[in-house]
Design a protein around this ligand. Structure first.
Ligand code: FAD
Length: 298
C-alpha cells in the first residue's frame, strides 16, 4: 500500500474544505490497516482516522502525521440466521451498501439508513440516526458488536470485540471502545418483511430533499439538538439563516446546515459555528455543541 505525502484532503470530505495530510493512505484490507499503523508507530507519527468524511471539519492548515481514510476498506456479507438478517461489514463499507441489503429484503432499517451518508464505521462512532420516529432510527439499534484493532506499544496487534452492551451509546456519539480503529461491525435485524418499505424510503427521501440543501456541500447537521430544543429552530429564530462568512453560509433551506458556496475555507465554517454558538447563548442562554468533529491543527 502506498503512503503518499502532502495529499489534499478537501476532496475526501463532504464539505470540500480543509488542507493537506502530511502522510495519507487508503487501506483496502486489514493487512493494509495494520501496515499503516505500524508505519506510523515506527516513524513516530500521530494517526488520524476517518471514513466517509461526512462529519469532519479538517483544518486549513491540514493534519500532521498519517491520515488513514477507510473508505476503500469495504466488503459486506449477509445471511439469515434464527429469523434474523445478520450482516458483517468492514468498517469502510458505505452505509448505502447496507441500505441496499435491507431494501432488497424489505426490512425496516432501510428507512433510516436512506438518510445517512458516510461509512458504517463512522455510523457506529457517531451513533448516526434520524430525527423521525422510525424504528430503528439509530445505529445502536442495529449494531450487535464491533471489532477494534489496536497496535500496542510493544508492536503487537490486538483485535477486541465489543458487544453492543459494552459500548456506551449516546446521542450522536459512542464511546467505551476507544482507543483504536473500528475494523468490522456486526449488524442484525429480525426478518419481518414490510412490502411498503420502498415506498416509505421514497417518500422520506422526498421530504429530506425538500427540507435539506442536499445539492450543496455540507456535513449535515452541524449542531446537536440541545435537550428540549431543536438546534435548527433556535438558529432560524435568531435570524441567522443566510449568515455568511467568506464562502460559507448558514443554509437558507435548513438553519442547522452550513453550506459551502464554492470557495469556503475551514476557518469560514468555524467562524460561523462560533458566531451561531455565541448568538444562541446570548439570546436564548442555550449552549450549542457541535456534532461535526474537528480534525488537524487549529
Ligand atoms: C448531507 C448530509 C446529511 C446528513 N444527515 C445525517 C443524519 O440525518 N443523521 C446523522 O446522524 N448524521 C448525518 N450526517 C452526518 C454523517 O453522515 C454521519 O455522522 C455519518 O455517520 C459519519 O460517517 P463517516 O463515515 O462520514 O464518518 P467520518 O466523517 O469519516 O468520521 C466521523 C468520526 O468518526 C471517526 N471514525 C470514522 N470511522 C472510524 C473507524 N472505523 N474507527 C475509528 N474512528 C472512526 C473519525 O475520526 C471522526 O471522528 C449527514 C451528513 C451529510 C453530509
Amino acid at each position: 500500500m502506498e503512503i503518499k505525502q502532502n495529499v489534499a484532503l478537501a476532496e475526501y470530505t463532504s464539505w470540500l474544505v480543509g488542507g493537506p495530510a502530511e502522510y495519507f493512505c487508503l487501506p483496502e484490507t486489514i493487512e493494509d490497516v495494520k501496515e499503516a499503523l505500524l508505519w506510523a508507530q515506527n516513524s513516530k507519527q500521530p494517526v488520524t482516522i476517518f471514513g466517509g468524511g461526512t462529519n469532519v471539519l479538517i483544518s486549513d492548515k491540514g493534519v500532521r502525521g498519517l491520515v488513514v481514510c477507510l473508505r476503500r476498506f469495504s466488503g459486506v456479507e449477509s445471511k439469515e440466521e434464527n429469523g434474523r438478517l445478520v450482516v458483517t461489514a468492514m468498517a469502510g463499507t458505505a452505509k448505502s451498501e447496507l441500505l441496499k441489503i435491507f431494501l432488497k429484503q424489505k426490512l425496516a432499517p432501510a428507512l433510516f439508513l436512506a438518510g445517512l451518508p458516510g461509512d458504517i464505521g463512522g455510523g457506529v462512532v457517531m451513533n448516526a440516526g434520524v430525527a423521525e420516529a422510525f424504528q430503528p432510527r439509530e445505529f445502536v439499534e442495529i449494531t450487535d458488536w464491533v471489532e477494534v484493532l489496536r497496535l500496542e506499544s510493544n508492536g503487537q496487534f490486538t483485535i477486541q470485540r465489543f458487544t453492543k452492551e459494552q459500548i456506551h451509546w449516546e446521542y450522536r456519539h459512542s464511546k467505551g471502545w476507544q482507543p483504536g480503529v473500528i475494523v468490522r461491525v456486526g449488524i442484525s435485524w429480525p426478518v419481518q418483511v414490510d412490502t411498503t418499505i420502498l415506498d416509505q424510503v421514497r417518500s422520506a427521501n422526498k421530504v429530506r430533499l425538500s427540507k435539506q440543501p442536499l445539492d450543496m456541500p455540507s456535513c449535515g447537521s452541524v449542531f446537536r439538538n440541545p435537550t428540549g430544543h431543536k438546534a435548527a429552530q433556535l438558529i432560524d429564530g435568531a435570524g441567522l439563516k443566510g449568515y455568511t462568512v467568506g464562502g460559507a453560509q448558514v443554509s437558507l433551506k435548513h438553519a442547522n446546515f452550513i453550506v459551502n458556496l464554492g470557495e469556503a475555507k475551514a476557518t469560514d465554517m468555524w467562524q460561523i459555528i462560533e458566531h451561531v454558538r455565541n448568538t444562541i447563548k446570548q439570546i436564548r442562554n442555550v449552549d450549542l455543541q457541535t456534532e461535526v468533529v474537528r480534525l488537524g491543527d487549529w
